[in-house]
Design a protein around this ligand. Structure first.
Ligand code: MRU
Length: 345
């Protein structure tokens, strides 16, 4: 059963608060646009597709709270919500993609009632479409997993990051359901431990053989011949196939190349940003120093020390063996293959 990371029921938005995992799995209600913003910023809900889905419902929450009386008021409120929610996190393009969809869907509305209905329907559609995407990613990616394989993943690109069973973890769930036996190494993913806290939690729940390793152990595990394939998700893919994902992904890709291990990126086409030609132009979120010096309440570096804490890095396309979207497995040259995936949308 996929995890219900984001849920919309009786016009109420709830999420699993991922900052409490793996110790506690609790749903919290996000009743205002500000609460939605804060939940995204604090990583209570995180992962590119889940951020987009939550933000789309955040727009609906704000419109319902404002009780607009005219169509033009609704349009203003939608504009206000999209502008505000867009400032929560900069890297995952799915956030901006979902907010743009919310703005676009309502722009042609002819009445207040139809505008409200359209907005709610669009947010639900974004969630439902994501579920279908995950299944398709899983189906395509599972063809690369063989009995006895060791797989490595970084961060969390599973059910907790999406509306269904993930992007990078989707092939694993699909292969597991088909009875294929394999082992997963989950990088712990410093500084916020999405791999150890979230990936390990959800794979363990699903009965998949998972082993947590510290980020600095990946080279040795690869050298020992324990990894046959790497699967990671993405927050934004540039038109040339450069891939932004959780900090540390680039290092994993370099290691994979050095050990002759295929490195696959699994993401829906909504993660491809055709407006960005090159990975260098992808905005990288810089997060609070305290995440590095006082992660989870323990002081691990001296007070006042300088810290650099980029939340994402960019893997150059030449290190990427293939990009798996809902349409299949795409290979280099991405500058030619990726536009084709977008034109058949
Ligand atoms: O900072 P996070 O936890 O939101 O980072 C998440 C990732 O980097 C994921 O790999 C990416 O969003 C893909 S999720 C399907």
């Amino acid at each position: 059963m996929p995890i219900e990371t984001v849920s919309w029921s009786e016009q109420q938005l709830t999420i699993i608060d991922q900052t409490l995992l793996p110790g506690t799995c609790t749903r919290v209600r996000l009743g205002t646009m500000e609460e939605v913003w804060r939940a995204i910023k604090r990583l209570e809900v995180r992962g590119a597709p889940a951020i987009g889905i939550t933000a789309a419902f955040g727009v609906v929450v704000h419109v319902l709270n404002r009780e607009a009386k005219t169509l033009s008021e609704v349009l203003d409120v939608v504009e206000e919500a999209t502008q505000y929610l867009a400032t929560s996190r900069p890297t995952a393009v799915n956030l901006f993609w979902a907010l743009e969809r919310m703005q676009r869907c309502v722009s042609g509305s002819e009445s207040l009632e139809s505008a409200l209905e359209t907005l709610e329907r669009e947010a639900i559609l974004i969630l439902e479409e994501d579920k279908v995407m995950c299944r398709m990613l899983g189906e395509h990616g599972a063809s690369l997993i063989h009995e006895g394989d060791g797989l490595l993943t970084h961060c969390n690109a599973g059910g907790l990051a999406t509306g269904d069973y993930g992007t990078a973890l989707a092939p694993m769930y699909h292969a597991h359901d088909a009875g294929v036996g394999f082992k997963v190494f989950a990088d712990e993913t410093r500084p916020l431990l999405q791999g150890a806290r979230l990936t390990a939690w959800e794979l363990q729940q699903a009965g998949i053989d998972v082993t947590v390793i510290c980020d600095n152990m990946a080279a040795q595990v690869m050298r020992e011949g324990k990894v046959q394939c790497v699967f990671v998700g993405s927050d934004r893919i540039a038109a040339n196939g450069d891939v932004a994902n959780k900090i540390g992904t680039y290092g994993v890709a370099v290691l994979a190349k050095a050990h002759g291990i295929p490195f696959y990126v699994v993401a829906p086409t909504s993660t491809i940003d055709s407006k960005i030609a090159h990975g260098d132009d992808i905005p990288i979120e810089i997060r609070d120093a305290a995440e590095v010096t006082h992660g989870f309440g323990i002081e691990t570096a001296p007070d006042g020390v300088q810290v650099y804490n980029p939340a994402f890095d960019v893997t150059p396309n030449e290190l990427v063996t293939g990009i798996i979207t809902e349409q299949g497995i795409h290979s280099a040259p991405y500058v030619e293959t990726l536009p084709k995936t977008l034109s058949v949308e």
